[in-house]
Design a protein around this ligand. Structure first.
Ligand code: HEM
Length: 488
């Protein structure tokens, strides 16, 4: 009986997977089969698999399948612009859905529901204005300084530098969300480290869940599978407790909890154009705070990691970075300000080039929500079709970046930055769903690098990165190493 059932199931899955097998061919679009299986059964990141398809063809669009779901891999920047910005009404969704009971995942800004996304984004965006970031900067500076003091014996750093960087970004996001307790001696002892690292590290189950959620979204919802179920109670309780204790506090700490209280005081969140209303409950606000960890910790640590790898590979660039950092620290009395970070122009060029060569999020996905046509190739897309923007492939495309394997921060110099291809530099995405935390991430990365390279230098080495960890969205090399030595 069991065998018969298993056979029926296998046949059923095979029929589902085959039912659309000439979907793109029928529309005259080149088609590459089996792409998602190369990821599922292979040993590299999905971004690398997409890059191999990107490099193989010269046509502007390549039809692929995510299991049975048709997806169009975009190779032309005009189509990328249409999908990310120009035709937002048809592409507002990422096509990733969660069960409505999943209190953390279903309320974060990644959600499908347009009305809910818009009203939350409107309310949360002011967290990252220049004025708010200036007020908050003392937290980032304190964490970056503690981080550079903490690695004084640098044994852990030698063993696994990525873990130390991850500790720093988790601690500084934790402190920016919950504030720094006046009794805290070392901000690196963050209680959220384990939770964040479990929630963001790629795993076999995580990769499988993503493939399943993408292929059978309705079934995934129906099963009530929760992406972050195990952290739900812990995290919502922490946010509730901290908010309650802050209500008795008169000091303004300029962290996210302060902003949550202001949002709650303003009452129901309402979008005047859609009329959508949402109560700023603790669950909704906790989900945003949780998402800052999920979206920001690994990506920022990865940016720091790739930047340090390239600096250890390029001693001349490292020298110039040291000179700039020394000049800024000469005038800052061991306390960086927001304005000091603004002076680290070359360091920023270096970090930007690191995100060009190794975009921490190597691909972006959108779902077509109403039938539309892409300008290049005149491709008609139907509701439910996915579009893949292969960021890693675009960032290494010789058409846009000559000598694309070369690490060259000059691509981002004030003279050259305007020459970057439109919609061809996408570490933070583009359009209405562009990364909400990009300005925060920039400060966190620059402050971390500035404090680290103020105290240490890197031992020159030649490290060529050939392969990345198996992961759905990210490009990661957590095991790669380099060595720090204290500066004289
Ligand atoms: C270097 C670090 C970071 C990188 C490379 C990065 C990259 C990205 C990318 C590629 C997206 C998707 C954009 C799209 O689909 O068009 C995204 C979305 C998002 N990121 Fe980041 N991110 C970083 C740090 C952060 C931080 C620190 C936060 C919060 C504190 C954050 C919050 C978000 C949010 C809320 C979204 C969803 C926006 C929406 O759908 O409206 N990110 N990020």
């Amino acid at each position: 009986m069991f065998l018969i059932l298993l056979l029926v199931l296998v046949v059923l899955i095979a029929v589902i997977l085959r039912r659309n097998s000439d979907y793109w061919k029928k529309r005259g679009i080149v088609q590459e089969d089996g792409v998602i299986w190369k990821f599922v059964f292979g040993n590299c990141s999905l971004a690398e698999v997409y890059k191999s398809v990107y490099d193989k063809y010269s046509e502007p669009n390549v039809g692929i399948f995510l299991a049975s779901k048709p997806a169009l891999l975009l190779r032309d920047l005009e189509n990328v612009q249409t999908v990310l910005a120009g035709d937002f009404q048809s592409f507002y969704s990422r096509g990733i859905s969660f069960s409505p009971d999943d209190k953390l995942a279903d309320n974060v800004l990644f959600i499908e529901d347009f009305g809910r996304w818009k009203v939350i984004r409107q309310k949360i965006s002011p967290v990252f204005t220049t004025a708010k970031l200036k007020n908050m900067f003392y937290i980032l500076d304190r964490c970056a300084r503690d981080f550079s003091e903490n690695i004084a014996d640098h044994v852990d750093f030698k063993r696994k530098p990525f873990n130390c960087l991850y500790t720093y970004t988790a601690a500084s996001i934790g402190a920016s969300v919950f504030g720094i307790d006046t009794k805290t001696k070392n901000t690196m002892d963050s209680p959220f480290l384990d939770m964040t690292s479990q929630a963001t590290s790629p795993s076999f189950i995580g990769n499988l869940l993503f493939t399943f959620a993408n292929t059978f979204p309705t079934f995934f919802k129906y099963l009530g599978l929760k992406a972050f179920g195990q952290y739900e109670k812990f995290f919502i309780d922490v946010v509730r407790n901290v908010m309650d204790s802050r209500k008795k506090d008169t000091v303004n700490r300029h962290d996210f909890i302060d902003i949550c209280l202001q949002i709650q005081e303003q009452g129901i969140m309402k979008d005047s154009t859609t009329g959508y209303e949402l109560e700023p409950s603790v669950e909704i606000l906790a989900a945003q705070a949780f998402f800052f960890f999920v979206a920001g910790v690994d990506t920022s640590a990865t940016t720091l990691h790739f930047t340090l790898i390239e600096l250890s590979n390029n001693p001349d660039i490292l020298n110039r970075v040291h000179k700039e950092i020394d000049t800024v620290f000469e005038g800052c009395d061991d306390k960086l300000t927001y304005n000091d970070v603004e002076k680290l122009q070359y360091l920023e060029m270096v970090a930007n080039e690191a995100m060009r060569k190794y975009p921490p999020i190597g691909l972006i996905q959108r779902k077509c929500t109403k039938p539309t046509t892409l300008p290049v190739g005149n491709v008609k897309l139907l509701e439910g079709d996915l579009c893949i923007i292969p960021v890693y492939g675009i960032h290494r495309d010789e058409r846009y970046y000559q000598n694309s394997e070369l690490f060259d921060p000059e691509r981002f110099s004030p003279e050259n930055i305007s020459k970057l291809p439109k919609f061809g530099y996408l570490p933070f995405g583009e359009g209405n769903r562009i990364c909400l935390g990009s300005r925060f991430a920039r400060l966190q990365v620059l402050a971390g690098l500035a404090w680290l390279l103020h105290r240490y230098t890197l031992v020159p080495q030649t490290l060529k990165l050939e392969r990345f960890e198996k992961s759905v969205f990210s490009l990661r090399v957590p095991d790669s190493r380099y060595d720090l030595v204290p500066r004289n």
